[in-house]
Design a protein around this ligand. Structure first.
Ligand code: SF4
Length: 62
């Protein structure tokens, strides 16, 4: 799994960091700090993507 934040869409609301701080950290926009999260983080990555108000987070199955 590979989560990606579209920085042009991110409005820096902080939701993803709140839901999945192991993977997302809010700086000026949200950043992905773990490029290939392990299976234990799949759920929170998906929850963060679902919660993102601007759909800035996409998850690929690489
Ligand atoms: Fe940006 Fe979406 Fe994360 Fe909010 S939830 S900080 S808009 S990526």
């Amino acid at each position: 799994m590979k989560p990606v934040v579209d920085e042009d869409l991110c409005i820096a609301c902080g939701q993803c960091e709140e839901i999945c701080p192991e993977v997302f950290v809010l700086e000026d926009v949200a950043r992905v700090i773990v490029e290939s999260p392990g299976p234990e983080l799949y759920g929170c990555c998906r929850d963060a993507a679902d919660a993102c108000p601007t759909e800035a987070i996409t998850i690929t199955e690489e």
